[in-house]
Design a protein around this ligand. Sequence first.
Ligand code: SAH
Length: 219
Amino acid sequence: MQEDSYRHKGMRQQLVQVLKDKGITDNRVLDAIATVPRHVFLDSSFVEFAYQDKAFPIGSGQTISQPFTVAMQSQLLQVTKGMKVLEIGTGSGYQACVLAEMGAKVFTIERQRNLYLKTKPFLAEFPYNIKTFLGDGNRGLPTFAPFDRVLITAAAPEIPQALVDQLKTGGIMVIPLNDESDATKQIMLRLTKQADGTMLREEFGDCRFVPMLKGTGRD
Ligand code: SAH
């Protein structure tokens, strides 16, 4: 793993300030972003880009989400220590590390085999409680359910019922749901599972993610 220097730490502090200026207020999220070395998730020649508030390609047509998006989703999720969190779309593994740094036990699913094969051993180098799985996130992980939180980090065409079923009562799902009136964007939703099984719905503006696909991919 690439080293984490004082220069990198300084760049992370600047990124934290940018996120505060953009409205992120949860100090536990900001502390996690100040701690997790985002540059090690990118190829070493791209270190300069790692602490800009931008998404970045990570190969296989996928991206490491923009820091603001990671911060926003983490803040909406209201994670506390010891919670079981299911993440759909492991990608680079950065979001999983931010949640784990906040004290969550993370279960993360990726559908693309090559990304899974790359990210699984990489995440094992961190001192975090993260379990990685290859599969279709639409199905969740029935064996490990129920979860306190579910985070979807790809653009979802619908709310996957299996994931609703695997959420505890009082649990929260954060999901970028396709905007029916505009195919280029999604609406960030926070869904809270009520005692009667229905979902309380809150909307948090537009966002853009790579699509959540069905089945597992070979590439
Ligand atoms: N959370 C990631 C960003 C993910 S980008 C990070 O922190 O870097 C979205 C990811 O979701 C991609 O890697 C994509 O392959 C994956 N994905 C898309 N559809 C999926 C599905 N049905 N199940 C699991 N992963 C999926």
